[in-house]
Ligand binder design. Structure first.
Ligand code: ADP
Ligand code: ASP
Ligand code: MG
Length: 414
């Protein structure tokens, strides 16, 4: 007998039929004698629908009320799934995140889980119940409902698996595992039988939404066996493993390609090239709680003036632009502001990169052959990211996928 935490995403519970199919799946595990905790997302499209409703009422709703609102989507699916299980004569009880003791900080819309009290869940499990938990939410110390950021039901699943010391956390979704890149953009993408936590963290943080980054962080920190698999067909899925040695035997140079068009770029031209300028530029932006991703500062040819470029989330673009225009430029006593919202970031990720030179030069050559201009570059030990024109994002992903031997029908490696 094993204890499984099974998380079902929005598409997997997107209709009454699909909720019934999830109940059948859960019943099969119960019939085999396993204990099951199920975490559900809202029905697909529901969270966006709720956000849209809010925007029709108030264009600056308070984060607290947003969390009250969007947490309801998951409450609906959790109760419906419990009802579907009852129809199959499976004992089940649904709970909100707060009811199962998921305590978070008070950072509405992006709260972090601080602790989980598992006594009640454990008692239900011991009593033979399936415990159905509304994902994506918790409560803060004052009892206010909080949510964990978009895609946060993954994190509910992994955090519960960690707290309950589950045998496996299974993330059921609309693809049958983690692929070399998003299979919806690259038809030649290949399912990986396993991937390291380190690589998955990079992919998630660089835009692959198949797993929320905090879920991967939890899995790494608490050693939760984590598997991504299809809601709709049987298969082994992809196992997220702790160490490189446990990952695929092939040790490819590149394991995956992530991409995102959710960032925007800002450049301050002709800023004085003196100590303290970078902090004068970024300080007021950090004070506004805006996260900065890539940063590039040019070497000033004349030694007097330089250009400073960085990226932020598209949703923070307007505010960042105003801060630069109204506060930073006057404080610096000069500088010319340029903004570009039509950019994309494409990243190659792989632990194999550590021991190989030449990945960057090959990447740049492939992009050049496709006539794709590189605007920014950033590297770490196991990733290389480039910023390019948004219109060329998919072309870049497909060209790099083929060039680095990731296509379904190709042999790996160099
Ligand atoms: P859910 O609603 O089940 O949480 P998501 O839409 O959040 O599902 O995540 C699954 C989606 O992630 C897939 O449909 C796919 O388009 C996308 N995706 C992006 N990158 C990858 C990747 N490397 N492997 C698999 N899926 C990916
Ligand atoms: N329903 C939430 C979202 O759409 C959380 C989730 O599905 O994981 O982001
Ligand atoms: Mg998701």
């Amino acid at each position: 007998m094993a204890l499984y935490v099974q998380k079902f995403g929005g598409t997997s519970v997107g209709s009454v039929e699909r909720i019934k199919a999830v109940a059948e799946k859960v019943k099969r595990f119960r019939d085999e004698g396993h204990q099951v905790v199920v975490v559900v997302s809202a029905m697909s499209g529901e969270t966006n629908r709720l956000i849209d409703l809010a925007s029709q009422i108030n264009d600056e709703p308070t984060p607290r009320e947003m969390d009250m609102l969007v947490s309801t989507g998951e409450q609906v699916t959790s109760s419906l799934l419990a009802m579907a299980l009852h129809k199959l004569e499976v004992a089940a009880t649904s709970y909100t995140g707060g009811q199962v003791g998921i305590q978070t900080d008070s950072a509405y819309t992006r709260a972090r889980i601080q602790r989980i009290e598992t006594d009640d869940i454990q008692a239900d499990l011991d009593d033979g119940q399936v415990v159905v938990v509304a994902g994506f939410q918790g409560v803060d110390d004052e009892g206010n409902i909080t949510t964990l950021g978009r895609g946060g039901s993954d994190t509910t699943g992994v955090a519960l698996a960690a707290a309950l010391k589950a045998d496996e956390c299974q993330i059921y979704t609309d693809v049958d595992g983690v692929y070399t890149t998003d299979p919806r953009v690259c038809s030649k993408a290949r399912r990986l039988s396993s991937i390291t936590v380190e690589e998955m963290l990079e992919l998630a943080s660089l835009g692959s939404k198949v797993l929320q980054i905090r879920a991967v962080e939890f899995a790494g920190k608490y050693n939760v066996p984590l598997r991504v698999l299809s809601s709709f067909e049987d298969g082994p899925g992809t196992l997220i493993v702790a160490e490189e040695e446990e990952a695929s035997m092939e040790e490819p140079l590149i394991s995956g390609i992530a991409f995102t068009s959710s960032e925007a770029k800002l450049t301050l031209l002709n800023t004085p090239d003196v100590p303290g300028v970078a902090s004068k530029i970024l300080g007021p932006i950090a004070d506004a709680n805006i996260e900065i991703d890539m940063i590039v500062q040019n070497v000033a040819p004349a030694g007097d003036y330089t250009d400073f470029t960085f990226t932020v989330a598209k949703s923070d673009f307007k505010q960042t632009h105003s801060i630069l225009q109204d506060q930073v430029i006057p404080a610096l006593g000069g500088g010319e502001l340029r903004g570009d919202e039509n950019i994309a970031k494409v990243s190659l990720v792989g632990v194999g990169m550590r021991s190989h030179a030449g990945v960057a030069s090959k990447m740049f050559r492939v992009l050049a052959e496709e006539n794709i201009n590189i605007r920014m570059v950033s590297t770490s030990e196991i990733k290389i990211s480039v910023v390019i024109d948004e219109k060329q994002m998919e072309l870049a992903v497909r060209a790099l996928h083929t060039a680095f031997g990731l296509d379904k029908d190709s042999i790996q490696g160099e």
